[in-house]
Write a protein that binds this ligand. Sequence first.
Ligand code: UD1
Length: 420
Amino acid sequence: MDRFIIHGGRPLKGEIVIGGAKNAGLKLMVAGLLTSERLILSNIPRIADMATMRDLLCQHGIAIEDVTEDGSTCSIGGEITSTEAPYEIVSKMRASILVLGPLLARCGVARVSLPGGCAIGTRPVDLHLKGLETLGAKIHLENGYINASAPQGLHGDKIILPFASVGATENLLMAATLAKGRTSIINAAREPEIADLAECLTRMGAKISGIGSSTLVIDGVEALHGAEHRIMPDRIECGTYACAAGITGGDLLLKGGRADDLGAVVRTLEETGVEVFQEPDGLRVRRTGALRGVDIMTEPYPGFPTDMQAQFMAMLAVAEGASMITETIFENRFMHVPELNRMGARINVHGSSAIIRGVHALSGAPVMATDLRASFSLIIAGLAAHGETILSRVYHLDRGYEAVERKLSACGAMIERVRD
Ligand code: UD1
């Protein structure tokens, strides 16, 4: 297992190119299941989760070919030869559940392993299943698998989501593109990655209105066709490097970053004392004054994203005054707290809230990554800490961040990967 060794205390200065969005790219690859023609995706991030999705699609029979040598553009297409998503892959990556709706819509049958819990919570998939049942699917759970069938095809209907789940919205949106008649998804999640998916589906011939809103209306079509689509920039990667610039008192141009996708994050950065400017080729972030404590509550988009919570916590650990972070999306997403406290932070968790009392400085320590975003919060802390931080279990980070050490080193950080 690889480790990172970080020597903190150097302000980050320079440019970082923001890659394609993980949370859009994974679903856009799945959209390839909805047509026998070729879907060409560009701006593909080179991260482990995309490779896992590639493995999953390949075992469904789909051929994936690199169009460019660097693998940043690929073509997806072919006939589906297996409608089963096995436990070995689904347990590795929860987003695998997204193949359920498309397989069902295209083939009338699907068998997908139940994802089970994960480090940040129990994460049930009941909303995905109830929504598909509303569209006419018969579902039964057996031996840890979801067995779904719709021999006559899916039919459009009105689905009201009790919670604006990102994954359920995407699964149902993709299934509805090939259902007979009209589907409305009420209280749909509004994350920009869903709009990116909907735009790609539209290019493939889907009829979708209300893109970007909480009501999606889909008129099913007989078949979708091939298309080309560029994956949107990763707003969470962008926000993450913004926190790294903030904590180190740096000045970074995050190339490709878009303030429009990051409303609540930009506002919160500004409240903490980090300046943010949209420039023609990206987002500039810098801090010259003091960092100030703020209160944050995670919410579905356009609220503050749960995927940015850990990174802000690291930054607030050295801010003036106290901050409070309340996590409303996942029940167990404070696993970075004991690790940050080992680096000298003063953070107490009370139920779903964490109180962060700013300290003057953090000190380097051996720490352990527990999930994707928590891992980066420890890097952010390490970049500002006195002395050496050794972060183990870096594989969590490799799932969703591309070339972390290269991007940070190019901006002056002292960070090195040690391979075991
Ligand atoms: C997606 C993102 C993840 C992000 C999350 C919230 C991907 C690959 N992952 O995850 O990075 O943190 O959105 O922005 O895009 N829930 C249910 N029943 C369901 C579905 C969800 O109870 O059927 C609950 C979950 O347990 C969780 C909450 O709803 O507590 C949010 O989940 P959801 O919005 O579905 O997140 P994901 O799509 O899993």
